[in-house]
Structures are given as structure tokens and as C-alpha cells.
Design a protein around this ligand. Structure first.
Ligand code: IPE
Ligand code: IPE
Ligand code: MG
Length: 244
């Protein structure tokens, strides 16, 4: 992939499964099922082109408010996914990771998640993180609570509280490219802390229609962005010139 700058961390808000199904007069779950195929294709492409971190928003904390039937169908899809992909992840060097409240899921799913994480823990090609029962605000609150405890136990001095510490407690690196499908332009409580300088890519494509080639298209767009991090364009050009 000549000329492509591969983002270190790509995060995706996989949206539009319901609308995909609705357009075809199918039940919403059929959209989720087709969306799982997009997950396979996008994971495969990301790994092949050398993305190091891929984080997929699969189920938000607020998605528990959906009809019971839809929630249980989504949990079943997760069960199937973990069962089907466990070996392939290991074979392909994918380390499986989860952010969010795993404890909200049925016991067997919690066990399955832990097993796949353990099974793939030494894989180094790419880290695939699923955000499950995830809330960006809650993630920040949890990190703050951990800090409060450490301070209380005198294991940490308030002076040592810094961005790096919060980042470490939350686990994921900064996102370079954030993609949201389905035409909505909002963050919906996804990785709030980690997207501070992410490039935001919105596409009207619904998630079941978004495949590996669309990821490449997004990365092509990303490659053309000038990321300034507060500096001037001249400064960036100079430092890029120095690098090459
Ligand atoms: C995204 O698709 C999948 C989940 C949130 C689990 P939606 O189910 O939100 O699809 P739309 O937005 O209703 O089309
Ligand atoms: C965000 O999509 C969550 C996931 C993609 C898992 P939603 O469809 O739940 O978000 P809103 O409700 O449109 O903001
Ligand atoms: Mg949606």
C-alpha cells in the first residue's frame, strides 16, 4: 500500500445495522448478522495493512435500553463470534481485548471473553479491542476512582497525577483515525479521552455495507490530512522534511 500512512490506532463506531435491515424489510437482527461479516472483513484488512490497534464499538452501555429480544440476539452473535474466531485470531497473531463492563454480560459470555483474551495474550500483530457495555464517561470515572484509592492508600501522591497516568489506567493508546458509519455525526459516548486529536471520518455507508475496501478508502483520506497538534503548518512541514 504505497503512499498510505497507516494509523496506529483505528477506532470504529459500527452504526446502521438496523437501518440496513429496515431498508430490506428484514428484522433488525439480520442487519446485525450482516454487520458481523463486515467485522470479519475489516479486521482481516486492518491486520494485513499493519494497523496495530483496532477498536470496535460493538455494544454501548446505553444499548442495554434496547428491546430485550434485540439485546439477547446481539449477545448470541457475540457468543458465536468468539467461538468462531478464537482459533483464527491466534493463528493470525491477533490479541483479543475488551473495554467496558464485562460483568454486565451472562456468566458464560464473561468466561468466553476471558478465555479468548487469555488464549491470544501473546499475539503481537494487532490488538483487536471490542467495546462492550462501554461508556467513555464511565471509563474516565473509573480511572479517577482508582487514582483516589491509590492516593488514599498513600501509594500515589496527588503530584503524580498526570495525563500519562490516566492513559495508562484506561489502557488504550490515542486514536489516530475514528470512523463512524451510517451518516450520524456524533460520538455516542465512545472513547472520549483517547480521541482528543483523532481525525474524524464520517461515511453514509451503513455498517453492513462497509468492508475492507472502505477501510482502505478511509485510510487514504487519513493519509492526506495534515495533523498539526496545535502547531503551524510550516512547523509540521519542516519537521516532516527533517524526518525524510
Ligand atoms: C449499530 O447499528 C449496532 C449496535 C448499536 C449494536 P444500530 O443497531 O444502531 O443500527 P441503526 O442505527 O438502528 O440503523
Ligand atoms: C453507538 O451506536 C453504539 C454502537 C455502535 C455500538 P448507537 O446507534 O447506539 O448510537 P446513537 O443512539 O445513535 O447515538
Ligand atoms: Mg445506531
Amino acid at each position: 500500500m504505497r503512499g498510505l500512512k497507516i494509523p496506529y490506532h483505528v477506532a470504529i463506531i459500527m452504526d446502521g445495522n438496523g437501518r440496513w435491515a429496515q431498508k430490506r424489510n428484514l428484522p433488525r437482527i439480520e442487519g446485525h448478522r450482516e454487520g458481523a461479516k463486515s467485522v470479519d472483513d475489516v479486521v482481516e484488512t486492518a491486520r494485513k495493512i499493519g494497523v496495530k490497534y483496532l477498536t470496535l464499538y460493538a455494544f454501548s452501555k446505553d444499548n442495554w435500553k434496547r428491546p430485550k429480544e434485540e439485546v439477547s440476539a446481539l449477545i448470541n452473535l457475540l457468543r458465536d463470534y468468539l467461538k468462531k474466531e478464537k482459533e483464527r485470531m491466534k493463528k493470525n497473531g491477533i490479541r483479543f481485548n475488551v473495554v467496558g463492563d464485562i460483568k454486565d454480560f451472562p456468566k458464560d459470555v464473561q468466561k468466553q471473553i476471558k478465555e479468548v483474551m487469555e488464549y491470544t495474550k501473546d499475539c503481537e500483530k494487532m490488538t483487536l479491542t471490542l467495546a462492550l457495555s462501554y461508556s467513555g464517561k464511565n471509563e474516565i470515572v473509573k480511572a479517577v476512582k482508582k487514582i483516589a484509592q491509590l492516593v488514599k492508600k498513600k501509594k500515589l501522591s496527588p503530584k503524580e497525577i498526570c495525563q500519562e497516568l490516566l492513559q495508562k489506567l484506561m489502557g488504550l493508546p490515542d486514536v489516530e483515525l475514528l470512523i463512524r458509519t451510517s451518516g450520524e455525526m456524533r460520538i455516542s459516548d465512545f472513547l472520549l479521552w483517547q480521541i482528543s486529536y483523532a481525525e474524524l471520518y464520517f461515511t453514509k455507508k451503513l455498517w453492513p455495507d462497509f468492508r475492507g475496501k472502505d477501510l482502505i478508502k478511509a485510510i487514504r483520506w487519513f493519509s492526506k490530512r495534515e495533523r498539526r497538534f496545535g502547531m503551524t503548518s510550516e512547523q509540521i512541514k519542516k519537521s516532516e522534511g527533517e524526518k525524510t
